[in-house]
Design a protein around this ligand. Sequence first.
Ligand code: SAM
Length: 415
Amino acid sequence: MRPHGGDEHGEHGENGGHGEHGERGEHGERGELVEARVDMVRRMDEGGVVLSSRLAEVFLNVPRHRFVPVFYRRDGDRFLPCRRGDGDAGGWAARVYADDSLITEVDGLHAEDAGERAVTGVPTSSSTAPSLMADMLDALDVEPGARVLEVGTGTGYNAALLCRLAGTENVVTVDVSERLTAAARERLGGLGMSPVVETADGAAGAPGHAPFDRIIATCSVRRVPAAWTDQCATGGIMVVPLKGTLAGGVLARLTKLADGTAAGHLLHTPAAFMPLLSGPRPAPPPAGPEGGRGRETPLSGSVLDDWTFSFFAQLHLGPGVEREHHRAADGSHTTVLYDPADGSRARVTDHGDGRAGAAVAAAGPRDLWTVVERAHRQWRELNRPRREWFTVRVTPRGQTMSYTSPAGRTHTWEL
Ligand SMILES: C[S@@+](CC[C@H](N)C(=O)[O-])C[C@H]1O[C@@H](n2cnc3c(N)ncnc32)[C@H](O)[C@@H]1O
């Protein structure tokens, strides 16, 4: 498994920026990066992803390192910039070609602008783990000549893969961040690729370039924005990460139907994409009240750590319900749920003295933990349904997710 001649362009470009290291160093480095990339594709292929030969070809021939010259690595709850030439070039290359996501921005501060500083905060951009990208691209089924929209340009790496699959003139990619689109445009250009790279709120799609045969989002949404369905051609495919505020994000693969609606199913792969940021940011949950209606529950708040269940619980709670959780020194768990829509709030605290169950304090119009208990009972009755057993329907009147049991009974939830 080797990259073919097409890779040379990119690798020469990379050397151009490091001329001071001299001829031998350049060649040694080039070989190392190519080997690391071949290894990454081999590991992806041996792992859980079935790589078609076309996908293997694009991953082999697009140099990921060109898109992530600096990224953050985690150190506890801090993020440390990791750059080539920090005296740990081998470590940098190994990380770039590991099958991991690489965080490039934390609270809007790009790793390339962070100097030597460690930062704390919430990641706002990253290069997705390659095997997850491969799963999504496989589901997207991109043929040469297909018109493709990507929402969430980030580093530009996925856009480069799309350019190789569809043809560079057929790809449009948008990101809200000018900092990101400018860097991605330049890096794509350095590889001879010139897709349309726009700075815009991707919730509106890219109306000036529609219709698209394929739409892929690399940030998550609670519901599929109407603009995406409108801008997808009939028969076109959309791959969209759906996620509420709880863990347990899923990937929907939808086909646009002749009546203007879209229908499809969830993929088996879990996916926790960062959210599409659009419109005003939701206010953080207010502190307290500590009190509220008190009762006992057999169900610990940690039940929401199970991604399959938390996805199911979110269908019952609604996409906006927020969760905070922590463990005390004695290992006992506290979960707080908060619904910004109506102010309902539930605090669930493990007894922590070896006793099973937890104490609930609920305030506001709904007891949110009752909703979770009911969802948990149904989840068990339905035999813990897996993501890929759910179907999704998107119409102008509403969006739903459904599951049909082996007995033929269909359960449907509004998104
Ligand atoms: C996981 S990253 C994308 C990774 C990217 N595809 C790559 O290959 O590097 C998610 C991106 O979504 C972008 N994003 C968030 N809200 C957005 C919005 N409203 N419109 C467009 N992009 C958005 C973020 O700026 C971030 O770069």
